[in-house]
Design a protein around this ligand. Sequence first.
Ligand code: MN
Length: 257
Amino acid sequence: MRVLVTNDDGILAPGLPILAAKLKQVAEVYVIAPESQQSAVSHSITLHKPLRMTEVNLGPDITAFTCSGTPVDCVVLSTRGDLPDFDFVVSGINAGANLGEAVFYSGTVGAACEGALHDVPGIAISVCAERDVHFEVAADLAPKLVTQLAAHPLPPCTVLNVNLPNVPADKIAGIEITRLGRRKYTEVVNRRDDPGGRPYYWIAGTPTDSDSELGTDINAIQRNCISVTPVHFDLRSDILWEGISGLHDRGAYRIEG
Ligand code: MN
């Protein structure tokens, strides 16, 4: 088994070597990670400038590179031709929650999705804290997840978004398969003045959980459970909206003649 590890917090992310070392117990591990912090870049790729890869030392038996681009660039560059094929992309361990609609912004989830777009199963792993992070529980879980998924493969176009509460192993209350809850952010745009007196803006909201019902990822974390959310690329809603179906029925866009 061969695993590509990346991390949107960059090559110096503390969760990265811990994850790579644990996955080495069950797989051949390659690391390609951005040179710098790339959180919240979602699924962006670099099209208008060249990308560089530099081999770095992340310890014995781990082939590791930095990449001058985004987390998704890292996954794309893993297909550059002289690297082997991968069985999994594991993205993390991110320092910070990726719950609810954070999956749309997350570089951690973006990289896992890029794996799945290349038919390589993707797993995004995040711990719900940015400081004093308990990476060890997530690191222990990672080889179990890839072993389980190797035996029971995910369906196509599906990634696992895994979040862990920031507690030591003996405080973990369980593991739950969840759906995405809703996290809204308040005071998202902060205005300050620079030293020259000109305004600048900093996007940094405070999360408020608007859907943390039982069954959501947010609820699982609130109860110190590990949350595993299968995320599928088919974003189409099955809910019929009368306005849209009505347009179709009336033939509003039929081209005459
Ligand atoms: Mn991050």
